[in-house]
Design a protein around this ligand. Structure first.
Ligand code: ADP
Ligand code: ZN
Length: 222
């Protein structure tokens, strides 16, 4: 019961919840967004090729991202499971994932548009470790410094208002259809986060009970 997909629009809290699931389940958090940012910061050829998409809020082409992910899932730490955050984002990616691995559950974080926009425009990210904070809901202990590593917090290029709208458009067009895809396979579980000020712990409790129940169900089937 440890192959988990987190679905949901940008700003839904996938990354925040994924970090908590790591602590609970002891499997790696695989964020294609983090992988993309690492490639960009490393200024590799791949990074340069990717940057022009990511800065505009557009998706990186499927073949690039599928290759990256497939490689990552082959690493030994993924044997016991993984938490996918930001992948799949298109139907083609979902089909590719089906060929690589059999997932246990797709958790769909449902968030109203206003909440999403508020979250993204107030989000702060640690330059050093990628830790996620929020000016309204998840303030760092010290202004502009990461609680974990003391790294500097900043606003991501694609969290700037002009890019946020584009990311939402892309989400609706390309990623939202995946909700149906996983529903048809009976793998979808909705988690509602209607309120901006709902603390992440409260959402996590819902996720935890989904994961627990799915594990029990799987044990019974065996
Ligand atoms: P978000 O906060 O919108 O969920 P991410 O951190 O997951 O953003 O991703 C940042 C950027 O990286 C995306 O806007 C996109 O350009 C690229 N990216 C990440 N994951 C994927 C993917 N699965 N397919 C295509 N592009 C991706
Ligand atoms: Zn940090």
């Amino acid at each position: 019961m440890k192959k988990i997909i987190l679905l949901g629009p940008p700003g839904a809290g996938k990354g925040t919840q994924a970090s908590r699931l790591v602590a609970l389940l002891g499997v790696p958090h695989i964020s294609t967004g983090d992988m993309v940012r690492e490639a960009i910061n490393a200024h590799t050829d791949l990074g340069e090729a990717i940057k022009k998409y990511s800065d505009k809020g557009l998706l990186v082409p499927d073949e690039i991202i599928i290759t990256l992910l497939a490689k990552r899932l082959k690493e030994p730490d993924c044997k016991k499971g993984f938490i996918l955050d930001g992948f799949p984002r298109t139907l083609e990616q979902a089909e590719a994932l089906d060929r690589i691995s059999k997932i246990d559950v797709a958790i769909n974080l449902k968030v109203p548009d206003e909440v999403m926009i508020q979250r993204l425009s107030n989000r702060l990210t640690c330059k050093k470790c990628g830790g996620i904070y929020n000016r309204l809901t998840l303030k760092p202990k010290k202004d502009n410094l990461c609680d974990e590593c003391d790294g500097e917090l900043h606003q991501r290029e694609d969290d700037k208002p002009e890019v946020v709208q584009e990311r939402l458009n892309v989400y609706r067009k390309k990623t939202k259809p995946l909700i149906e895809y996983y529903k048809r396979r009976s793998l979808l579980k909705d988690v509602h986060c209607n309120n901006l000020m709902t603390p992440p712990e409260e959402t996590f409790e819902k996720i935890r009970s989904i994961v627990d129940n799915a594990a029990k169900k799987k044990a019974r089937v065996r």
